[in-house]
Design a protein around this ligand. Structure first.
Ligand code: NAD
Length: 479
């Protein structure tokens, strides 16, 4: 199947007729073509967005809200079609696409459709000076949204929904590895009555299409989720043009387990936080630190549970882990398993490719648990972004805190303990943007989402996202 760009409410071919193959991770076969859009396609998308902006930015909040909620409803009506497309394109289990990815994409539109009607700004009375100040929060204009392959529609809509809710028009690019659901979204937007040009979706490589969006002098803000290296590159390109930037980047998240936790709950959730979506979630807890008193028990129980995970074809309902997203990514993850061995890591389970009968060329990998000797080893310092976790014991709170913070990244952390004072103390000191205590990936869309250090700058979620996608202007009136 050939997919097209969605520009000005219409599906169009890339003007230079350049195409890329789209591969199915479950069987390694080409199953379609996607545009490799050029600078010229981005320019056309930009012009459509620019033309739509004066009217869209003046559209009432009620109307914007109604359209966003309609998009949300249509996603829900079409959940199966979208989930199947997501699973096929990404390799993730269909059960996950149905229960997480597509419902969350629908929630993103519903949430920001509602949030925009509650978004207010401040006024400040200058007491004794007979003056009042008020803040206008005005849409920026045309903004760029660039998203990764791991949670394709989920993260794509997490940017687009607040951008258009706030009155901007968008040029967006999904990952070239997983373009399918973004392609389908255009249809839904038309059906929901989103005016043409408000959202424009261009497909293609990061280095061509993505780069053209970032380099465009009149696209004034870039919301990007992806790898840290790409984020650094985007920051270098965008900085001289003084663009607003939101960068959600990589992670190397600690999962810290104390003896006094609810053990069964912890164990079950830790299997999920390690291997959900084949470990390809920026929030997965890839560094597991366990208090020494329960270390041996945890090791035995965890490995036993991980061995029960079923790696299989993504379309089968009982598959726990599907295929990794691409061959180069599978190779990268496997390289890290070798690096861990060289660093004296012991493979407790997994470590090998899985051959799924009938789909021998798919990118399947066993869930892998590695016992490591030190937090300084490369597999604990560098983002692997696959079904690979490490475990090691710790003795004291100070020691584990030091190890948790001793990485370049700072996205999220998970703490398992029933000692309230300890969890509050540690939450204060962990150098991350998100801390989960006795849970993982529980999301309330009103909360600020983002990382510190090499995990990015800026926050998404709730009013933070609406603030990002607007410019604050102060008006001072003397009376
Ligand atoms: P990536 O950086 O390779 O690509 C992300 C997007 O950027 C893609 O659409 C890509 O085409 C585009 N891109 C690449 N080069 C570009 C350039 N020069 N200019 C403009 N755009 C460019 O990342 P990926 O491999 O798709 O995704 C995996 C990474 O994303 C991991 O590091 C993961 O941790 C991170 N991630 C972070 C979060 C978060 O919220 N912090 C969420 C999900 C994924």
């Amino acid at each position: 199947m050939k997919i097209q760009n969605y520009i000005n409410g219409q599906y169009v071919n890339p003007i230079q007729d350049n195409w890329l193959d789209n591969l199915c991770p479950a069987n390694g076969k080409v199953y379609g073509q996607i545009p490799n859009s050029s600078k010229d396609d981005v320019e056309i998308a930009y012009n459509a967005a620019k033309t739509a902006f004066p009217s869209w930015s003046q559209t009432t909040l009620e109307t914007r809200s109604r359209i966003l909620i309609k998009i949300s409803e249509l996603l829900e009506t079409n959940i199966l079609r979208f989930a199947e497309a997501e699973s096929k394109d990404n390799g993730k289990p269909i059960s996950l696409a149905k229960s997480v990815d597509i419902p969350r994409a629908a929630s993103n539109f519903r949430f920001f459709g509602n949030a925009i009607t509650q978004f207010a700004s401040e006024s400040h009375e200058s007491v004794g000076q007979n003056a009042i100040n008020y803040t206008l929060r005005q849409p920026i204009g045309v903004v760029g949204c660039i998203s990764p392959w791991n949670l394709p529609l989920y993260l794509f809509t997490w940017k687009i929904a607040p951008a258009i809710a706030a009155g901007n028009c968008v040029v967006a690019k999904p990952s070239e590895v997983t373009p399918m659901t973004a392609f389908l979204l255009g249809e839904i937007c038309n059906e929901a009555g989103l005016p043409k040009g408000v959202l424009n979706i261009v497909h293609g490589l990061g280095t061509t299409t993505g780069q053209a969006i970032v380099e465009h002098p009149d696209i004034k803000a870039i919301s990007f989720t992806g790898g840290t290296e790409t984020g650094a590159h985007i920051a270098r390109v965008a900085a001289p043009m003084f663009k607003k930037l939101s960068l959600e980047l990589g992670g190397k998240n600690p999962n810290i387990i104390f003896e006094d936790c609810d053990y069964d709950d912890m164990l079950e959730t830790t299997v999920r936080s390690s291997f959900a979506n084949q470990g390809q979630i920026c929030l997965c807890g890839s560094r597991i630190f366990v208090e020494v008193s329960i270390y041996e028990k945890f090791k035995t129980d965890f490995v036993a549970k991980v061995k029960q995970l079923k790696v299989g074809h993504p379309s089968e309902e009982n598959t726990n882990m599907g295929a990794l997203v691409s061959k180069p990514h599978l190779e990268k993850v496997m390289k890290y398993i070798e690096i861990a061995k060289l660093d004296n890591g012991t493979i407790l389970c997994g470590g090998n490719k899985v051959i799924v009968k009938g789909y021998e060329n798919g990118y399947y990998l066993e869930p892998t648990v590695i016992e490591i000797q030190t937090n300084e080893c490369r597999v604990n310092q560098e983002e692997v972004f696959g079904p690979v976790v490490t475990i090691m014991p710790f003795k004291t709170e100070d020691e584990v805190l030091q190890m948790a913070n001793s990485v370049n990244y700072g996205l999220s952390a998970t703490l398992w303990s029933n000692n309230l004072k300890r969890t509050m103390r540690m939450s204060n000191q962990l150098q991350v943007g998100i801390v989960w205590v006795n849970t993982w990936m529980m999301r309330d869309l009103r909360t600020p989402f983002g990382g510190v250090k090499a995990s990015g700058v800026g926050r998404e979620g709730g009013f933070e996202a609406l603030r990002f996608f607007t410019e604050a202007k102060n008006v001072c009136i003397k009376y």
